[in-house]
Write a protein that binds this ligand. Sequence first.
Ligand SMILES: Nc1nc2c(c(=O)[nH]1)N[C@H]1C(S)=C(S)[C@@H](COP(=O)(O)OP(=O)(O)OC[C@H]3O[C@@H](n4cnc5c(=O)[nH]c(N)nc54)[C@H](O)[C@@H]3O)O[C@H]1N2
Ligand SMILES: Nc1nc2c(c(=O)[nH]1)N[C@H]1C(S)=C(S)[C@@H](COP(=O)(O)OP(=O)(O)OC[C@H]3O[C@@H](n4cnc5c(=O)[nH]c(N)nc54)[C@H](O)[C@@H]3O)O[C@H]1N2
Ligand code: SF4
Ligand SMILES: [Mo]
Length: 707
Amino acid sequence: MPADIKTHYRACNLCEAICGLEIKTQGDQVLSIKGDKNDPLSRGYICPKGTAMEDIYTDPDRLRLPVAKQGDSWVQISWDEAFDRVAEKLVAVQEQHGPNAVAFYAGNPNVHNYGSMTHANVLRKALQTKVHFSATSLDQLPHHLTSYSLYGHQSLIPVPDIDHCNYMLIIGGNPLASNGSIMTSPDIPKRLKAIQERGGRFVVIDPRRTETANVADQHLFIRPGTDAYLLMAMLNTLFDEDLVNTGHLSDLLIGLEDLHEACQPFTPELAEQRTGIAAEQIRQLARDMANIEGAVCYGRMGVSVQVHGTLCQWAIQMINILTHSMDVRGGMMLPSPAFGYIQPGESGAGHFAAFHSRVSGLPEFGGELPATVMAEEMLTEGEGQIRALVTLAGNPVLSSPNGVQLDKALAGLDFMVSVDFYINETTQHADIILPPTSALEHDHYDLAFLRLAVHNTTRFNDAVFEPISGAKHDWQIFNDLGLAIAARKGLDIKPLPSPDQLIDFGIQRGPYSAAAGHPLALTLDKIKQHPHGLDIGPLQPSLADRLCTEDGKIRLIADFITEDIARLAATEQLTEPDEMLLIGRRHIRCNNSWMHNSHRLVKGKPRWQLLMHPDDLVKHGLENNAQVKIQSRIGAVQTQVLASDEVMPGVVSLPHGWGHKRDGVSLNIASEQDGVSCNDLTDERLMDRASGNAALNGVPVKIVALS
Ligand SMILES: Nc1nc2c(c(=O)[nH]1)N[C@H]1C(S)=C(S)[C@@H](COP(=O)(O)OP(=O)(O)OC[C@H]3O[C@@H](n4cnc5c(=O)[nH]c(N)nc54)[C@H](O)[C@@H]3O)O[C@H]1N2
Ligand SMILES: Nc1nc2c(c(=O)[nH]1)N[C@H]1C(S)=C(S)[C@@H](COP(=O)(O)OP(=O)(O)OC[C@H]3O[C@@H](n4cnc5c(=O)[nH]c(N)nc54)[C@H](O)[C@@H]3O)O[C@H]1N2
Ligand code: SF4
Ligand SMILES: [Mo]
């Protein structure tokens, strides 16, 4: 091997699977990217997006230095000028209209980038606004609210012990495409297969026969948005058939009788009518959860991002608790990470409904308002109207409901700044874009997903490449901009040390540290000696000791759950006779809205079409491959329809994150792709009432032929 060829090890930070990569480089070129066989968590697994990390690094469309909008074009400016102008504008807006006239939107990649996690607060502190939005409320807010309510901390989230379970009920998740979510489980195809090889089974409940459903032991279609009936009926069956076993958690539970009473109206027969799943089948699901040793019930996007998202996630916790599947091997367990280990006294527990949004009165959670109200808060005049926006690694025009309305709202802002390296559907509205280094140019420790992993490991990796001269990391941008704003306001704010120093500090206070008396006595330096990652053991029962509730108990039913159960009981009809229910779809070669500029990921058969059952095509008088108009309450789009018996009758599926062919977007490859934005149809008024999380699945639409 020539001397200048180097081998680097680096975890992929594109999705929650955090696979270890082996990257060979020569100078500033990537020679190859493969799965790192020695990563104890991912074991050599890699998906096509991992290889495409190279394409982000080399992408000529990727911004390396700040740009400012000048008429219809962009000009490069220095960092000093950029920080100065942004600080001046944001402070001026706040001086004129009050602190809450500036809002934040933080997108998904923030949680995949440790410097953003550790340093965004410097900027937030300097701005002192109460108005924060993020992709959390387009996604996993129901999980956080449930954990906060039951276990006392929004991040105390149990995950399936997939490596030891013998029965797994997967509701509204498609890990074969997504590689797992709120369950960091790289190498998911093998992990699922291993359940079967040890004599176990897994069952998928989904309105679409997905890639995961195809390899499951059983797949059951469910009408979108009706899972709460199914889950309540499973709870009902557990009580009805005397199958409740709360095991070692019994003394901790408060409200078991109330729970029993709450699920009584929800019979399997009612659930059959609503969901389309036979009552006897529903009873069997409950019996299997109760009778099989090592059973786990897991639900993801399909059940979080729908009208009863929180109720569903809560009911899933209840099913695990009532079947002795919580905090036991093979059930749901809490990860024990080296950094960010949650135990009583840990900060960031969360709060709920401490204040409400100005226009629709929706509750905050953990200091954030639901992203569904972002546009109305910009468009509705009056005190507190949002007039300036800071976006951090987000593309809400494509990712939040009623993207058309948000697109208009952004265009009307007094000022917008984006910390992002692409000029896309959202950032094109910015006045100034501050681009950070790309992933391969900075070091990496996974702060979020080692806390959700199905096996405990820890891993730090150095940057693969030196960034170009003058480039800044996200965390440096937050420090510098935060200080520039603080200086103008006369605030005394200090920059934070580099993220690796903060991580080291946390690890040395964590459960594997010398301070905790752990034999590994972990420090960041020790972790660095294991560039493939260090195995720190399987999940262990620990819930009782880690509960963050005031009295160390679990209150089973909170008021917001009781209220949503009442709403569920009162719901009559979900759709009009000529309406279909729209659901989303993920593909292994997409990553939300922002990886369509990689040629290797977009080549091949198009995958943005609307899927519709052949019987529904006939009913609508449509030919396969026809152009159709999809109409929802908020608007209409035109696209191609594909006949597919993967989707159940009455349901259509359209993926999100497409729709790049529009003026102002500087993404050469992406903007050549056909496909429309699914969120030009999703409805900002359709939401999980308990949490305010968007309901992006189960949206009523009409399909019309285009002659
Ligand atoms: N209809 C429908 N809508 C959905 C979903 C769905 O299933 N259906 N899914 C929802 C979910 S789960 C999510 S998480 C959201 C995602 O929603 P968003 O987070 O708003 O959107 P992304 O497409 O992830 O856009 C990420 C942005 O971050 C930038 N970026 C990437 N890496 C970095 C980095 O390291 N630093 C910085 N500063 N910028 C970076 C990219 O250029 C891009 O502009 O979409 C939601 N929207
Ligand atoms: N390749 C790829 N991987 C990704 C992403 C990506 O965009 N592409 N995004 C990442 C992100 S941000 C996230 S949050 C995760 C999401 O991870 P997952 O939740 O595993 O991903 P989805 O494919 O959205 O799976 C949701 C499933 O719910 C089904 N569904 C829709 N409506 C309903 C319903 O009402 N009831 C039930 N039971 N099911 C329903 C859908 O058909 C779909 O199969 O994936 C992550 N990984
Ligand atoms: S599954 Fe793919 S995108 Fe996700 S971490 Fe692994 S290689 Fe990266
Ligand atoms: Mo997400």
